[in-house]
Design a protein around this ligand. Structure first.
Ligand SMILES: Cc1ncc(C[n+]2csc(CCOP(=O)(O)OP(=O)(O)O)c2C)c(N)n1
Ligand SMILES: [Mg+2]
Length: 820
């Protein structure tokens, strides 16, 4: 391309940019243009240098693993130019250049991330919780309050599972549509008229994942403003595109998504990753289309390379032939940018060499500073313990052994915390039977160390802000003379009505949630009242329903994502587990997605409509509250509680409860069910029966029948599996009855094992037991169809009766003779 033509292109681009920023100069002089390109080149070289040195740090043992953005620098510069304040990125581990270009990652921070520095001030991406190459910006301040996201460039926090960034991208984009089109939402901090674009990045091989295709289709349907970049280097680790993608060409096979005069769809661009001016132009166009028209765009960036191979775990010489390696050297995007600059008179070879060597020095210095900052506190802690151990040794009969431990620790030049604390804990064993002040000092030191250091690795699994769901107080439902017994779904519906009226930023979406008001009509009439954007039908796509919710919640909306049946949550469970459950944790509290996942389950029909797999769920979603209300009033109260809080939760309504009668509370929309609080629904003295959800109705019937033979059972409804009985009320019941049975419709060893562990280990109920603690669960197989299928698969009234009776028989055979 000729100099003048490039200049014209840039000038045009600048003129467009000017429309949103009148302060920019109208014409771009050649000097300005040069400065801008040179600045880009500096970023590209800095980023590359970080990758090269980063790999060395791993290979010399200073960091554990490295995955870098080398070979993908230039397209990311183009992306950064089109990226505006308020926009969001949802991408993957190659994007360091972009993060540097938007000013959110410097050299020292890059290396702090590589070392795993557990301090946000040094590693703002994750405080050392994620491996390097997983990027994020801070949406929240240190108290957990929203920052003004419209005044900063935003990146949702990355996750490692390939294509896992896709579902959330959909929601990040959809939020702009909501902010642009739904009236009455306070957009402060979140949006300027819905002008924000959500920018996705993904590797070519990762487009093979179902999540990619599901998201692309959904974005086309929703017409959400997202720009999706595919960084195509022909490989996914060692596996070539011929094994990954039909026709080895993702934009070719996605052609059917291209919009035309008659149909809405995508705009699709293809561009080579080493062609700087073409990239800049493409990204400007893409940004404009998405921003102004709210049309999704796909940019297939071809001919990218991996100068150092996939990661530090291997070398690409094992699977790329000489020709490919030679081609990669020639088409390295930084090399091509350099050639282009020289060819167009932007800089001379000499000038660029001077820039490159200055940058090399900067990167070395930044790396050194990061290493010193990382190791300094550790060395200090080492010295502190060494001094203490010296004293402990001198006052101990086991001086030789403690001195040996001390000397071993002293020899470690660059200690990690494991070296330090494990030495202290081992030393303590040598003075266990001594009673010196030095021993007490050591004990105190170890305890204080854990108190100080453990939170660096364990904080923020749940919200630590004043809006934590655990701080929301109970408000009981009230009833007056006019309160009628109604179908329970109406309690939910009227409560949703109150919610949508009270909080304009709430919205619900799911399969059949819109027009018919969900399969059980808990949302009947809501779409007509609140519009199709707030109460929506969506495609059958559970993973992206979840992701849509995450993305919108990350941008300040309060989505309720509906999964039609609990059984089908398995499609979304990966995203719940990998993304939603870890958001606060992996950002050390700097991002949150207070998404409510609504679903229905427990005891209905057959293998895929019984909704019983709670054990699997609770163990995969720590970080999300899991609530199992036994009726719709309790469920409605949970929605009300959660909307006052800033945390994500899963609410499982009882599938067979919608048509049962419940009294309509007079304080609809106001009453709140507290989290982590159990409820005793029947008092008794002989045994404590613990359960949740629909199974409780079976247990209540069994308890009546047990009473007839003289067994007085107490029944406790757990209500909230995560968090679990925060004030330890169950053990108080066991202290009274001295017997315990956990009843659950999940498989043996499923949720019942979790519940038993909480009661026996956490609450120490074993002390009070006169009989073996029992669990009564379903069969190992999935429930068979029909009423008989249910009877022979899940605990029945007779099963509960006999199991409880047997406990009493064992305790008192003369009063309770053997049944069978
Ligand atoms: C779900 C999942 N499967 C496998 C992996 C391991 N893995 C990490 S990166 C990668 C290859 C990705 O290739 P591509 O999408 O082309 O990105 P590139 O690294 O080439 O930029 C694989 C298989 C993973 N992280 N997640
Ligand atoms: Mg690839």
């Amino acid at each position: 391309m000729q100099n003048t033509q490039i200049l014209t292109n840039f000038a045009l681009l600048k003129t467009e940019a000017m429309q949103t920023n009148p302060d920019l100069k109208k014409d771009l002089s050649f000097e300005d243009f040069k400065t801008e390109v040179l600045n880009d080149y500096k970023l590209a070289v800095t980023s590359r240098e970080c990758s090269l040195l980063g790999r060395r740090e791993v290979l010399t043992g200073k960091a554990k693993f490295g995955i870098f953005g080398d070979g993908k620098e230039v397209p990311q510069l183009a992306l950064a130019k089109a990226f505006k304040d308020g926009d969001f990125r949802s991408g993957y581990y190659r994007d360091q250049t972009f993060m540097m270009a938007i000013g959110e990652l410097n050299i020292q921070q890059f290396f702090a991330g590589l070392y795993g520095h557990p301090d946000l001030a040094h590693d703002p991406m994750s405080a050392g919780r994620q491996m390097g190459g997983h990027f994020a910006t801070h949406s929240l301040d240190e108290s957990g309050n929203w920052k003004d996201l419209t005044k900063q460039k935003n990146s949702s926090s990355d996750i490692s599972p390939t294509a896992g960034q896709m579902p959330r991208l959909l929601g990040l984009a959809q939020a702009s549509k909501i902010y642009r089109q739904v009236k009455g939402i306070d957009t402060t901090n979140f949006s300027e008229k819905g002008n924000e674009v959500a920018w996705g990045t993904i590797g070519n091989a990762s487009t093979s994942e179902g999540l990619f295709f599901e998201t692309i289709n959904a974005a086309g349907v929703l017409q959400a403003p997202m720009v999706m970049s595919v960084w195509d280097d022909e490989y996914g680790i060692s596996v070539h595109a011929r094994h990954q993608t039909t026709k080895e060409n993702i934009s070719e096979i996605l052609k059917g998504f291209q919009r035309d005069e008659d149909n809405k769809g995508f705009e699709i661009f293809r561009v080579n990753g080493w062609d700087y001016p073409a990239l800049v132009e493409t990204y400007q166009n893409a940004g404009k289309i998405a921003r102004e028209e709210h049309v999704p765009v796909l940019i297939h960036v071809n001919e990218l390379t991996q100068p150092q191979g996939h990661s530090t775990s291997g070398s690409h010489e094992r699977y790329k032939d000489e020709n490919r390696l030679a081609w990669e050297a020639e088409y390295d995007c930084n090399v091509k940018l350099r050639e282009w600059m020289i060819a167009n008179g932007i800089a001379t070879d000499e000038e660029l060499k001077a820039i490159e060597s200055a940058i090399k020095k900067d990167v070395r210095e930044g790396k050194k500073a990061a290493w010193i900052a990382f190791t300094q506190p550790l060395k200090q802690e080492q010295q502190e313990l060494l001094a203490l151990l010296e004293n402990v040794a001198n006052s101990s009969a086991n001086k030789v052994f403690i001195t040996k431990l001390k000397n071993d620790l002293a020899e470690i030049k660059e200690p990690i915390r494991k070296d330090i604390i494990s030495t202290a804990r081992k030393a303590l064993r040598y003075v266990v039977s001594e009673s010196t002040t030095e021993k007490t000092q050591l004990v105190n030191w170890i305890n204080a160390y854990f108190e100080k250091i453990q939170p660096k690795y364990s904080s923020h699994l749940y919200s630590e802000s004043p809006k934590s769901a655990l701080t929301i107080k109970e408000v009981k439902p009230t009833y007056d003379e006019s309160s009628e017994e109604v179908d329970a779904r109406l309690v939910l519906r009227d409560n949703f009505d109150a919610i949508f009226g009270k909080y304009p930023e709430t919205l619900v979406f799911g399969e059949d949630a819109g027009h018919i008001g969900d399969v059980n009509q808990g949302l009947e009439g809501m779409q007509a009242k609140y519009g199709e954007l707030r109460v929506s039908d969506v495609g059958i796509r559970e993973a992206t329903i979840l992701g849509q919710g995450i993305g919108m919640a990350l941008r300040g909306l309060r989505p309720i994502a509906e999964i039609q049946y609990l059984d089908y949550i398995l499609y979304a469970l990966q995203i719940m587990s990998d993304d939603l459950a870890t958001i606060q944790y992996r950002t050390s509290g700097r991002q949150k997605a207070p998404l409510i996942v609504r679903t229905r389950g427990h005891r209905l029909e057959g293998i895929w409509h019984s909704g019983s797999q709670m054990g699997g769920i609770i163990n995969l979603v720590r970080g999300i509250h899991v609530l199992v209300p036994r009726n719709m009033t309790k469920a409605a109260g949970f929605y009300n509680t959660l909307l006052e809080s800033d945390e994500p939760a899963l609410i499982v309504e009882c599938l067979n409860g919608y048509r049962l009668k419940e009294k309509m509370p007079s304080n609809i929309g106001e009453f709140k069910t507290p989290l982590g609080v159990v409820e005793t629904i029947r008092e008794g003295s002989d045994i404590t029966l613990v359960s949740y959800g629909s199974t409780l109705r079976i247990i209540e019937q069994a308890a009546k029948e047990l009473q007839e033979v003289g067994i007085d059972a107490e029944i406790i409804d757990i209500q909230s599996l995560l968090p679990f009985d925060l004030s330890h009320d169950i053990v108080k019941s066991v202290a009274k009855t001295n017997r315990l049975m956990v009843i659950d419709e999940d498989v043996p060893g499923g949720a019942s094992a979790y519940i038993l562990n909480e009661i026996l280990n956490t609450q120490n109920a074993y002390k009070h037991l006169d009989s073996k603690p029992q669990t009564l669960a379903a069969q190992q197989h999935r429930p068979a169809y029909g009423t008989d299928g249910d009877y022979f698969s899940k605990p029945s009234v007779e099963d509960v009766f006999e199991a409880v009776y047997n406990v009493m028989h064992e305790a008192n055979p003369s009063n309770f003779p053997k049944l069978r």
